[in-house]
Design a protein around this ligand. Structure first.
Ligand code: SF4
Length: 277
């Protein structure tokens, strides 16, 4: 039986709040919200057992649109907040979300160390290769030749490769999804949320307002590896050659618990016992 055929106790609408999204018409983040509520229904845990944590940006508004607990954090700080919450309340399903500007620029250092610590949380990054909320500046994943009023000749800078970096830094599940494939995206979210360890799910989430050419992504995406690569060196090499549009699970390493020495289990109670005077 595959994951999406499992018995369903909840429906996607059970995880949609009454707050109306203020995203622009056609924003890819609507597709992420739809896929996430579908994935949460599939996972079968009630909303009060789920917490969605974000930073700042258009996509970081997402927690308000779900019925799960939400924390709209500080710019770039979704991962340390989510890490602290998971440490204090390990029984909660803690999900970190955000955008490329938030997560890979000001939040870049937290991103690397969440990978290194193999924190047991999924990180869903809505990547549109632009800062949308602040009117269209190039982000860390923007193509070097993308011209805008704010970057008239392009940045000339090599884009950040978050998936290769995640593998190199110690993440154990690295995948890419696309908002134009809601069923496939929901399935990837289920896999990322169930993963025991740090799971990066990069989502191609178009910004039609500042990057209207991204409407063509539906013609550009293609299947990624037929099976996930399990060797990190091979996965990182494949991701360095990747064109940025392959969809699927690229890397799957050992889960937490399979190799305890890679990721010692630590709870708040254990830390308190260790430091009791
Ligand atoms: Fe979405 Fe772009 Fe509008 Fe932000 S500016 S809500 S990313 S379409």
């Amino acid at each position: 039986m595959n994951d999406l055929a499992a018995p369903i106790r909840f429906e996607a609408k059970d995880f949609k709040s009454d707050v109306k999204p203020i995203w622009c018409p056609g924003c890819g983040d609507f597709g992420v919200l739809a896929a996430l509520t579908r994935a949460l229904a599939q996972l079968g845990r009630p909303a009060e057992q789920v917490a969605v944590v974000s930073g700042i940006g258009c996509s970081s508004r997402l927690p308000a649109y779900t019925t799960a607990y939400g924390f709209h954090g500080v710019h770039g700080r979704a991962l340390p907040i989510a890490t602290g919450l998971k440490l204090a309340r390990p029984e909660l399903e803690v999900i970190a979300v955000g955008g490329d500007g938030d997560g890979y620029s000001i939040g870049g250092n937290h991103f690397l160390h969440a990978c290194r610590r193999n924190v047991d949380i999924p990180y869903i990054v809505m990547d549109n290769r632009v800062y949308g909320m602040t009117k269209g500046q190039p982000s860390p994943t923007t193509e070097p030749d993308w011209e805008s009023e704010l970057s008239p000749e392009g940045t000339g800078l090599r884009p950040f490769n978050p998936m290769a970096l995640a593998v190199a830094a110690g993440a154990t599940f690295v995948a890419r999804g696309f908002t134009g494939d809601p069923n496939g995206l929901a399935k990837l979210m289920v896999d990322a949320i169930r993963w025991r360890g740090f799971a990066l799910l990069e989502v191609l989430s178009p910004c039609p307002t500042f990057r209207p050419e991204q409407k063509e992504w539906k013609e550009t995406v293609h299947p990624g590896p037929a099976v996930p690569i399990e060797d990190p060196a091979r996965a990182a090499a494949a991701l360095l050659e990747d064109d940025g549009f392959g969809v699927g699970v690229f890397f799957r390493g050992p889960q937490r618990g399979d190799k305890p020495h890679l990721c010692a289990a630590t709870t708040l109670a254990e830390i308190e016992r260790e430091f009791t005077l």
